[in-house]
Design a protein around this ligand. Structure first.
Ligand code: GDD
Ligand code: MN
Length: 358
């Protein structure tokens, strides 16, 4: 096998067959396979892939349960390959498969380690995007360039080919957060990589819909943080701490409402604590643990209970540490800050293993 084309999918059932036909047309003469990595799509994408795989001999399906994420799907697909080269490509035909042979030729020659399908080099184009989406892409690209410092023009590309050995070499260092696997791969390499960009025009989607939403932006910022400062502060902890900070504002707002409604202070404080804790739980579920998000009433209730339990423990740790430090002569503010820091770390570690365990 010379080439594996890894295709991450979520609700792309209608695209499976036409995408395969297009690949077959341009890759004839090459020993290749197509690996679909599907996150248990409700529309039956995995079944569509398996139906195809029964008829042809170069299609496989990896189906993942209880997990989501474009980047992590690509990594798993790539690591399951025994080919020399691994390409990553969207499953909605927006990436132009006709440049794959050129990418392969570049890698075969050995001058480059990564060939990137690029919209932002001469001859490439983002196609018919809305103004907002185009601006968003360019802005994100700039921010990423600043964060990781590279010559690559289309860092947001999700269409590229690399030596399989590069995937294996880098796997342990990848952040595997969100949508941007190329960025992750380039930024995770301990040595500079030889990259060449191959222009193409981003196509319109015909079937199905985009999965890009606001939480993808948060994922993107987490990824940049992880690549830049992750050694000291993991992105997930950062996100958890920011959500905790937002809880303070929620708490004060709820307390204000309780006061306006004529509640006594202690009642107001108790209600505000419960509201802030619930808001923290929901925001962490949506943002910090987007990839393992709890869904459905039962999972949410169980998650909320374990989060409440962990928060109670962490409050105890917080007060204990703050009291200990205060007893040894530290001022109020320093003691409180130490208590909060320990409580937050504690809460993070406990909820990571009980509320959102992998
Ligand atoms: N397995 C898996 N899990 N696949 C996913 C998930 C997920 O959680 N979310 C999205 N996908 C798949 C989609 O089914 C599709 O095949 C591909 O990833 C891209 O998702 P789209 O929802 O079509 O994304 P897009 O078109 O907005 O964004 C694409 O364009 C960017 C260019 O700016 C992505 O390809 C980016 O990687 C690309 O950089
Ligand atoms: Mn798309």
């Amino acid at each position: 096998m010379e080439l594996s084309v890894v295709v991450p999918t979520y609700n792309e059932a209608l695209n499976v067959e036409p995408l395969y036909e297009r690949l077959r047309a341009v890759l004839s003469g090459i020993r290749y396979e197509v690996i679909f990595v599907d996150d248990h799509s409700p529309d039956g994408t995995a079944d569509a892939v398996r139906a195809l795989a029964r008829r042809v001999d170069n299609v496989r399906c990896i189906e993942r349960i209880g997990r989501r994420g474009l980047a992590s799907a690509c990594i798993e697909g790539a690591l399951s390959s025994s080919a020399d080269f691994v390409a990553v490509m969207d499953g909605d035909m927006q990436h132009d498969e006709r440049i794959l042979p050129e990418m392969l030729a570049l890698l075969r020659k050995g001058d480059v380690e990564v060939a990137v399908g690029s919209r932002y080099v001469e001859g490439g184009s983002a196609g018919e995007w809305t103004k907002d989406r185009a601006a968003g892409s360019i802005w994100a690209n700039r921010l990423a360039t600043l964060a990781i410092g590279t010559e690559v023009r289309d860092l947001m590309s999700g269409f590229f080919m690399a030596r399989a050995s590069l995937w294996r070499e880098s796997a342990a260092r990848l952040s595997a957060i969100g949508f941007k696997i190329l960025l992750d791969l380039l930024a995770s390499s301990p040595r500079p990589l030889r990259v060449r960009e191959v222009p193409y025009t981003f196509r319109m989607r015909e079937f199905g819909e985009s999965k890009l939403d606001a939480t993808v932006v948060w994922d993107f910022l987490m990824l940049l943080w992880d690549k830049r400062f992750g050694r000291f502060f993991p992105a997930r902890f950062m996100s958890f701490a920011l959500v905790g900070g937002s809880g303070v504002a929620v708490h004060l707002a709820a307390l204000g409402l309780a006061r306006a409604a004529g509640a006594e202070f202690l009642v107001g404080q108790a209600v505000a604590t419960a509201v802030a804790m619930t808001s923290n739980f929901l925001l962490n579920n949506l943002l910090t643990y987007h990839d393992r998000r709890l869904r459905g009433a039962k999972a949410l209730l169980r998650g909320w209970l374990s989060f409440a339990f962990a928060s109670a423990l962490s409050a105890t740790a917080n007060v204990g540490v703050a009291g200990y430090i205060h007893d040894r002569g530290s001022g109020w503010i320093l003691s409180a800050a130490a208590g909060i820091a320990v409580g937050t770390i504690w809460n993070f570690l406990v909820t990571r293993s009980i509320t959102w365990r992998a």
